[in-house]
Design a protein around this ligand. Structure first.
Ligand SMILES: *[C@@H]1O[C@H](CO)[C@@H](O)[C@H](O)[C@H]1NC(C)=O
Ligand SMILES: *[C@@H]1O[C@H](CO)[C@@H](O)[C@H](O)[C@H]1NC(C)=O
Ligand SMILES: *[C@@H]1O[C@H](CO)[C@@H](O)[C@H](O)[C@H]1NC(C)=O
Ligand SMILES: *[C@@H]1O[C@H](CO)[C@@H](O)[C@H](O)[C@H]1NC(C)=O
Length: 225
């Protein structure tokens, strides 16, 4: 979409050119502000993100940042963010919402704490991969994850998430990888059908999950659904 807009800028008449280049610049600004806010929201003891230098205004500068993949190497439109295993601390960076074309987010193996925002579904609505595993997230798994309808991979394992797994997650028809192992979750597991199925490994090492491949839920935990 952005590429087409760039081509439009070249071939269209003067007025159209101005308008469409303006919206193009706007999209780029939004992704810049996304990455700026991510850098700001993390403590980065190993200084991986100090290489994120925003002083270059050239198109595509952010595409050479560590952990960033763009849709096209010369356009500031972020396709995916992978900050796995960088020792990052802080909270989930809600400014990611401004990376409006993001399809992948991997923040695994860091020390990110606090809750996963309840509106995470509107922060990364087009994610096909969401990997928040091996961090220090607490609180509930947000229901809004069920709205990230292109999700293929959802990894929330090795955190301190508590409460129940929202049964709505079974609506994610494209999931082919899912794990909530090693958390503090209780209650019934979702009724995943299709390709994913339900395997005990996905749920191992929790406080009190039941149903599916695990022990049957007692009538009281059934009522919790
Ligand atoms: C992110 O990077 C790590 C380390 O380089 C790699 O193992 C992992 O597969 C990447 N994540 C994704 C979603 O590609
Ligand atoms: C997105 O960017 C705009 C302007 O660049 C800023 O005002 C807004 O606060 C940002 N949104 C988030 C969620 O950070
Ligand atoms: C999911 O998206 C629908 C439609 O946009 C919205 O009405 C609903 O509130 C969202 N659900 C959650 C849990 O965010
Ligand atoms: C569950 O915990 C045990 C012991 O710490 C560990 O060996 C195993 O890999 C964990 N299982 C999963 C699926 O994380």
């Amino acid at each position: 979409m952005l590429r087409n807009r760039a081509v439009d800028c070249l071939v269209a008449g003067f007025v159209v050119m101005l308008l469409s280049c303006k919206s193009f610049t706007f999209a780029a600004e939004s992704d810049l502000s996304c990455l700026r806010s991510i850098k700001k929201s993390f403590q980065d003891p190993n200084k991986y993100l100090t290489s994120w230098d925003f002083s270059s205004r050239s198109e595509g500068a952010i595409c050479r940042f560590i952990g960033i993949i763009c849709w096209h190497p010369d356009e500031n439109s972020v396709l995916s963010i992978n900050l796995s295993n960088m020792g990052l601390k802080g909270q989930f960076p809600t400014g990611i919402k401004n990376c409006t074309s993001l399809t992948g987010l991997d923040l695994s193996f860091n020390q990110i704490s606090g809750e996963i925002p309840t509106n995470v579904g509107s922060i990364v609505p087009f994610a096909t991969t969401l990997d928040l595993s091996s961090n220090k997230f607490t609180g509930r798994i947000p229901k809004s994850i069920a709205n990230i309808s292109y999700l293929n991979v959802l990894k929330l394992d090795h955190n301190q998430l508590s409460g129940q797994i929202p049964p709505e997650l079974s609506l994610l028809g494209r999931l082919r990888e899912f794990s909530v192992a090693s958390n503090l979750l209780i209650g019934a597991v979702p009724k995943f059908g299709g390709k994913l199925g339900n395997k005990a490994d996905m749920y191992a090492n929790n406080t009190g999950l039941c149903g599916g491949p695990l022990k049957p839920c007692s009538s009281t935990s059934d009522k919790l659904r």
